[in-house]
Design a protein around this ligand. Structure first.
Ligand SMILES: Cc1cc2nc3c(=O)[nH]c(=O)nc-3n(C[C@H](O)[C@H](O)[C@H](O)COP(=O)(O)O)c2cc1C
Length: 192
């Protein structure tokens, strides 16, 4: 099983990074092959809404997304880890998600069977962290990510969302959160 871990925080060794790293270690322990994608190292231009992908299912923008599209397609499970920025995912994550419009076109406009019922099924898992304790802090991001996973033919396999975690490395004060993430990685592989 191939697990693609997408690190969407600009902050190195930040809270979502530590959580996703634990999840991936759990997946590796169960024998998964794991790839780590640090979005801050990639240049992802925002979607231009040119509809260039409508007839082809391919994006006309030539940038680092060209490297990322095949990784999304090859993955059996995609794990996205993004902190909450202004009640949503980070700009890196959102740019990647919006550029998945090319897959949306394949699935819904071009009726590409590889995205249909007979196509490859994937799993999606979301990790997020926010500084505040607002009741709705994760609502927007979760909706965005669920819709992204739908385009990838990925079932929403689960989420780990932690409030009131702000400074770099604060999540280390919650070892149970890291343990939960490790176990989530194991379960992701154990229940294909
Ligand atoms: C630009 C920016 C916007 C943020 N917006 C929110 C927000 O709307 N709600 C919230 O709870 N935390 C917000 N935060 C706090 C981060 O979600 C929090 O510090 C988190 O722990 C960062 O995770 P990381 O270490 O993985 O980058 C924001 C932080 C930044 C830098």
């Amino acid at each position: 099983m191939k697990v693609l871990g997408i690190f969407a925080s600009p902050r190195k060794e930040g809270n979502t990074e530590l959580l996703l790293e634990e999840l991936l270690k759990g997946a590796e322990k169960e024998g998964a092959s794991v790839e780590r994608l640090y979005l801050r190292d990639f240049t992802i231009t925002p979607c231009k809404e040119c509809h260039g992908c409508d007839n082809t299912g391919s994006c006309v923008i030539l940038d680092d997304m060209e490297k990322i599209y095949p990784k999304l397609l090859e993955a059996d499970a995609v794990v996205l880890a993004s902190p909450i920025f202004f009640y949503g995912v980070t700009a890196w994550a959102k740019a990647l998600i919006d550029r998945s419009q090319a897959f949306w076109a394949r699935k819904y406009l071009l009726k590409d069977s590889s995205f249909g019922k007979e196509g490859k099924k994937r799993k999606g898992f979301f990790i997020s962290v926010g500084a505040t304790k607002g009741a709705k802090v994760f609502e927007g991001a979760v909706l965005t990510v669920k819709y992204f996973f739908d385009v990838l033919n990925a079932d929403y396999a689960g989420e780990l969302l932690f409030k009131e975690v702000e400074a770099k490395g604060d999540i280390l004060k919650h070892p149970e959160a890291l343990q939960q993430s490790f176990e989530a990685g194991r379960r992701l592989v154990q229940n294909p």
